[in-house]
Design a protein around this ligand. Structure first.
Ligand SMILES: Nc1ncnc2c1ncn2[C@@H]1O[C@H](COP(=O)(O)OP(=O)(O)OP(=O)(O)O)[C@@H](O)[C@H]1O
Length: 283
């Protein structure tokens, strides 16, 4: 079977939702539940944020949506393919995943090999940690340059990844994840460790991606409301392994829902399309 035939073997089905969960649960040894009875539907082209306290189950939920793990119970359908009935590796070709907590590629090797930012982005096309030069045509080179530009990293193209700042690396990782033209992009705490300017640059980059690629569906896990891009359309609030609230931001992101989710009085203030939250102090 040729490489191209294999890549075509599993393709996104556009007639349904990008992600559809029905009664999804994840259990580990001893019967402990990490995610319980989740019903969730992510339409193509929507932009979700997942919020919730530490240990609520956000990363576990994302790992099922990213076809990294199977649910223990319920039905999880990603890009129209039911997990358990599809080769996850094939399905993952259509899912971009960036995780701050877990390096998905061998970045140490990329640094040792002296890869530039442009070359790191190129490896996204082949899903490798080193460039496979015979697989990149001028189309891929042009696309990598465009993506770096879209993510505000145009001037970094020839800079070694090893010397790029944390903020620059965060944006290069997103560009690499988008390189194979995924149907859905999942970001697990991509702002971790970034200072304020770097965080704002990444938020702007994500907003640009949403505007320039309207068909790209995104799901972002973050701890901070301040990090939620203005282009976000939906929010899912998790608490104690379960969904507490999920739906369009106007309905799901409120002071009441956040206070209940984080078990303390919080006041949410929308401003210029973004959201800011502070703990409500009683006099
Ligand atoms: N393989 C595992 N075995 C046992 N417990 C696990 C396993 N993986 C995760 N957990 C636990 O499940 C809970 C949910 O983890 P998860 O990483 O999904 O939470 P989270 O909401 O992303 O948390 P955080 O905000 O702290 O990153 C945590 O209490 C975690 O310790």
């Amino acid at each position: 079977m040729t490489q191209s035939t294999r890549q075509d073997a599993v393709s996104p089905r556009r007639d349904g939702a990008a992600v559809e969960f029905a009664g999804v649960g994840v259990k580990v040894g001893g019967g402990r539940s990490l995610v319980s009875e989740v019903d969730w539907r992510v339409e193509y082209g929507s932009h979700w944020v997942i919020l919730g306290p530490n240990g609520a189950g956000k990363t576990t939920l994302l790992s099922v949506a990213a076809a990294v793990r199977h649910p223990t119970t319920g039905a999880a359908t990603v890009l129209g393919h039911r997990l358990g009935r599809v080769d996850l590796r094939e399905l993952r070709r259509h899912i971009g995943l960036v995780s701050a907590g877990k390096r998905l590629v061998d970045e140490d090797l990329m640094e040792e090999e002296g890869l530039t930012a442009h070359e790191v982005v190129l490896t996204g096309h082949t899903g490798t940690s080193v460039p496979l030069w015979d697989r990149y045509t001028s189309t891929e080179h042009d696309r990598a340059h465009t993506l770096l530009a879209d993510l505000g990293c145009k001037d970094l193209a020839s800079r070694p990844f090893a010397v790029c700042s944390q903020g620059e690396r965060a944006r290069i990782r997103v560009a690499r994840a988008v390189m194979p033209d995924p149907a859905i992009l999942m970001l697990d705490e991509p702002f971790a460790g970034l200072d304020l300017p770097a965080r704002e640059d990444l938020i702007t980059a994500l907003e640009t991606l949403a505007e320039t690629r309207p068909s790209l569906t995104t799901v972002l896990v973050t701890h901070h409301l301040e990090e939620v891009p203005a282009t976000t359309t939906h929010a899912l609030l998790m608490r104690d392994t379960r969904i507490q609230t999920a739906g369009p931001t106007g309905r799901s992101l409120t002071s009441d829902s956040l206070s209940e989710c984080f078990s303390r009085p919080l006041t949410l203030t929308p401003a210029q399309g973004r959201w800011y939250v502070r703990a409500t102090r009683t006099p």
